[in-house]
Design a protein around this ligand. Structure first.
Ligand code: NAP
Length: 512
């Protein structure tokens, strides 16, 4: 008998008598973890999803700030197999997206497989048994043949290093820790940060606040985008005819834009990025009437170097009389408000810190120890890295969804995760067939990938001279530096020769 294995004797997968039924630990019940759970459930696999919180949803559970919207068209921000007729507008609000994931998890029967309030504290590879041993925050332990780390990217809030922040007498809160009791209606509100989050919060709070100050160090490129509500008649039409939704999801122009966007990222002197810059500059010129405000809002770095802001209403919001765009450096926070370097004070009741996230954490702080006690923290001491964003040498049967070096940009991460799952699913096949007990990328293949990736990343628009969460600690863009098509092609079929398998035929799984 092979210890730690369930064979197909009692399995629902009895079609192939030689098929091994693996046990999977999925870490995180956000968009990617739910995807993995659904796919595993559909295959009749054994899995548990470990979720640190009491509710699924990941980023859509954690972010509840006013104005929270997904700037990917709603019908494109769904699983490919689960279209959703109920979206209220072209861009969906956070609460609707949370509902979508909850409904989908229910519908596909994965809720009973989720262990809530069970944070994975450590994952340790057991070489003898060829399994992962997990420790949970509850004190329990678990064993898995394969780990799917779907723990998210932007989930450790970055607090700004501003003197006196703790001395603020009003309410200060990070955007990802929104509290409904934070004074905003009729209040004096300051928002630090003008990433996608800060811009959405400013737009939402402008009509509610008495005064609003938007503190921004680096003005943003603002892409004008359409926005409209779906009527009840349109939703009814979507319910009756899902092909209407498919037509939106598969819209040629939508995909052409994505391809053009990644082309723009990789060809910094090409016509695509020039077109994006012109569109955004025209938006600034045509939307902002006051020349002084226009200059305050004019970016001085390349478009798409930071994540492009898609907004149909930000420029309107900042031109309202109760809004001030503040470009002076912040000297410190005082009990009354924010003191600028030139001595002025913005007296505030509420200070919102839309200052982003530690984007290099991924599964950490979970301790992950691979072969021979190899620590993921050590492997990632310079930068988080993974072969094709999915797997790491020395960490067998350990796979990531939305892991380091994956594509980032203004497109749906659901599509990225689905393609990654298709790739991982193929890597798992030799294990399921009993041909191997473990699989991991070879060190050589990974080193070659990283060398090519880093060289390409340095010449992308992300490396063209701006500060953003796309950069690693050494200033190298940490993302996929090639086209979307190249990513799709790579995910479609793994190069198995780049993977090392262990355990081979000796574990070929005879029924116990
Ligand atoms: P972010 O893009 O990292 O922006 C952080 C902002 O805080 C920047 O404007 C930064 O200024 C500013 N900042 C940080 N520290 C500061 C300090 N000490 N003093 C002054 N300003 C400071 O974070 P985010 O806006 O939360 O967005 C993160 C990502 O989440 C986005 O890029 C996107 O991928 C995702 N997101 C997506 C959506 C969506 O609609 N799909 C919505 C929200 C978020 P500098 O630029 O000068 O550094």
């Amino acid at each position: 008998m092979i210890v730690g294995r369930t064979t197909n004797q009692e399995s629902a997968l009895s079609i192939d008598q030689q098929r091994r039924l693996l046990r999977y630990a999925v870490i995180g019940a956000g968009m990617a973890g739910i995807l993995a759970a659904i796919r595993l459930h559909q295959k009749g696999e054994q899995f548990t999803v470990y979720e640190k919180a009491g509710r699924l949803g990941g980023t859509w559970r954690e972010n509840r700030y006013p104005g929270l919207t997904c700037d990917v068209p709603a019908h494109a921000y769904t699983y490919s197999f689960e279209p959703y007729a109920e979206w209220r507008a072209y861009y969906a609000e956070g609460a609707e997206i949370q509902t979508y994931f909850e409904r989908t998890a229910e519908k596909y029967g994965v809720m009973p497989h989720i262990r809530f309030n069970a944070e994975v504290v450590s994952c340790v590879w057991d070489e003898d048994e060829q399994v992962w041993r997990l420790e949970l925050s509850t004190g329990e332990t678990a064993v898995a043949d394969a780990v799917i780390a779907a723990s998210g990217v932007l989930h450790h809030p970055r607090m700004p290093d501003i003197e006196g922040l703790d001395s603020f007498a009003g309410t200060a809160l990070h955007s990802a820790r929104w509290r409904d009791d934070a004074p905003v209606d009729g209040a004096r509100v300051g928002i630090i940060g003008n990433g996608s989050t800060g811009v959405q919060i400013v737009t939402a709070l402008q009509p509610r606040a008495a005064q609003l100050v938007h503190f921004q160090r680096s003005p943003q490129w603002i892409m004008p985008v359409p926005y409209f509500q779906y009527s009840e008649e349109e939703r009814e039409a979507f319910r009756r005819d899902p092909a209407l939704i498919d037509a939106i999801r598969n819209d040629k122009e939508y995909w052409a834009n994505i391809y053009r966007f990644t082309q723009a990222i990789t060809d910094t002197q090409g016509p695509e990025i020039a077109a994006i810059e012109q569109l955004c500059l025209d938006n600034l010129e045509n939307s902002v009437r006051d020349p002084a405000l226009r200059e305050k809002l004019r970016p001085n770095y390349r478009a798409a170097c930071k994540r492009l802001i898609y907004s149909w209403s930000y420029y309107d919001a900042v031109q309202q009389p109760n809004v001030e765009v503040e470009r002076e450096a912040i000297a410190r926070v005082e009990p009354e408000g924010v003191r600028m370097a030139d001595g002025r004070l913005h007296a505030l009741d509420t200070l919102v810190l839309a200052t982003g996230f530690h984007a290099d954490r991924f599964i950490r702080p979970t301790t992950v120890l691979g072969r021979d006690g190899l620590s993921l923290d050590d492997v990632w001491s310079v930068r988080p890295t993974a072969y094709y964003a999915v797997a790491i040498p020395g960490f067998p049967n350990f796979f990531m969804l939305n892991g380091p070096t994956g594509p980032v940009g203004n497109f749906s991460l659901i599509d990225i995760a689905e393609r990654q799952w298709a790739y991982i699913d193929q890597l798992l096949e030799p294990l399921r067939r009993g041909e191997a007990e473990s699989i991991e990328p070879s060190a050589q293949a990974h080193a070659g990938y990283e060398e090519r990736r880093i060289a390409a990343a340095k010449s992308t628009i992300f490396g063209s001279g701006c500060n953003s969460w796309y950069l690693d600690a050494t200033g190298v863009p940490s993302s996929w530096p090639w086209s979307y098509e190249a990513f799709a092609e790579a995910m479609a079929s793994p190069v198995m020769a780049d993977y090392v398998m262990d355990g081979g035929q000796k574990t070929a799984c005879a029924a116990e």
